[in-house]
Design a protein around this ligand. Structure first.
Ligand code: TRP
Ligand code: SF4
Length: 336
């Protein structure tokens, strides 16, 4: 039996290279080895965007296209929409008894997000909803509904997987062994820095390179990237480890990286040349992804069908889990 891998992503914007190298590049490889489920977490996106459903809807399709473009293959894996699986919502209700409010508020990811909301809206009471504070419970339902064993995610998601594990343990200890305790799987680049050197790349930080950025946008972004501030003239030696251009060369430039490093240290390369080389490599790297994106944009009916069929398949699996859960909880009144 192949191991079951489940992961999810919120449809709140296009994928950037932080998502890609931090997590989704590995998802593509996992497809051959594991039984993979990829969830477009639209219900979770609504916890933050309940007043902007158009945005979530648009991004569902954008994300689906991004996933297909990087090589998530509906013939190998199941791509589905969270909102199309009512079993997840039902499991969320049952799990919600197993988590205290205090524990949810202590979740480091939730804590950070509440701090961000406070900074943005001032008044916590207005912006921190019941649905938002409870999203880790709903995420535990996402994972367990499919009996996910491995959850490949970026570093920021570790507290959510940990909370899921606690819910599973509690469920199993009260109602009998029913659910599988999942494990988070981190890649070797769990977090990718932003163009400005910030530890995190993110849309709200304005420091991201998107997989669908055009070559001219990539050009402008890389030209503005932070380099070693000590390097003023073209032939000044510099420290590549203080330079974001070098940091991205390590992701995109393969064998050329050593030369970049050596020449930079020796004052044998100018930053403009170095940036142009990086721009070229990023564009080359992203070109096949852009081509596939163009294809799917022209074939939206295919995208729609992939989501519909994936969701149908996902629902079959989730309904088995729900049945087991209800049986364990002794609320299976009408099952034969
Ligand atoms: N919380 C994740 C994010 O912000 C998305 C997500 C939803 C997820 N359900 C999941 C991740 C299940 C892993 C497993 O992107
Ligand atoms: Fe960065 Fe390249 Fe300039 Fe060195 S030469 S500081 S690696 S841009």
């Amino acid at each position: 039996m192949k191991k079951t891998v489940l992961t999810g992503i919120r449809p709140t914007g296009n994928l950037h290279i932080g998502h890609y190298f931090g997590a989704s590049k590995r998802w593509v490889m996992y497809q051959d080895e594991y039984n993979c489920y990829f969830e477009i977490a639209d219900v979770q996106a609504l916890t933050d965007n309940f007043d902007n459903p158009e945005k979530v809807r648009k991004n569902v399709y954008e994300l689906a296209i991004d996933l297909l473009s990087i090589g998530i293959d509906p013939k190998k894996s199941t791509i589905f929409l969270q909102s199309a699986i009512p079993e997840i919502a039902e499991l969320t209700v049952y799990y919600s008894n197993l988590v205290t409010m205090a524990r949810l508020y202590r979740n480091p990811t939730v804590k950070t997000e509440i701090a961000q909301k406070k900074a943005l809206f001032g008044n916590e009471g207005e912006s921190v909803t019941y649905g938002f504070v409870g999203y880790p419970v709903s995420q535990a339902a996402d994972i367990t509904a499919f009996m996910g064993e491995a959850v490949p995610v970026g570093e920021d998601q570790l507290p959510l997987v940990e909370q899921c594990r606690e819910i599973v343990r509690k469920f199993n200890s009260i109602y009998g062994k029913t659910l599988i305790e999942p494990e988070a799987v981190l890649g070797k680049n769990p977090r990718i820095k932003g163009l400005d050197g910030n530890e995190k790349m993110g849309k709200s930080l304005g420091n991201a390179i998107y997989l669908n950025d055009s070559p001219s946008v990539i050009h402008d972004k890389v030209m503005g990237a932070i380099t070693d501030p000590k390097k003023i003239r073209k032939d000044d030696p510099a420290d590549p480890n203080k330079c974001m251009v070098y940091y991205y060369h390590k992701l995109f430039s393969g064998d050329e990286v050593e030369t970049v490093c050596k020449e930079c240290k020796n004052g044998e390369r100018g930053c403009v040349f170095c940036k142009k080389q990086l721009i070229e490599n990023i564009c080359k790297y992203l070109e096949p992804i852009r081509e596939k994106r163009e294809y799917y944009l022209q074939h939206m009916d295919e995208v729609q069908k992939i989501l519909e069929e994936g969701s149908k398949k996902a629902r079959e699996k989730a309904s088995i889990t729900l049945k087991n859960v209800k049986k364990a909880m002794k609320i299976n009144y009408f099952d034969e």
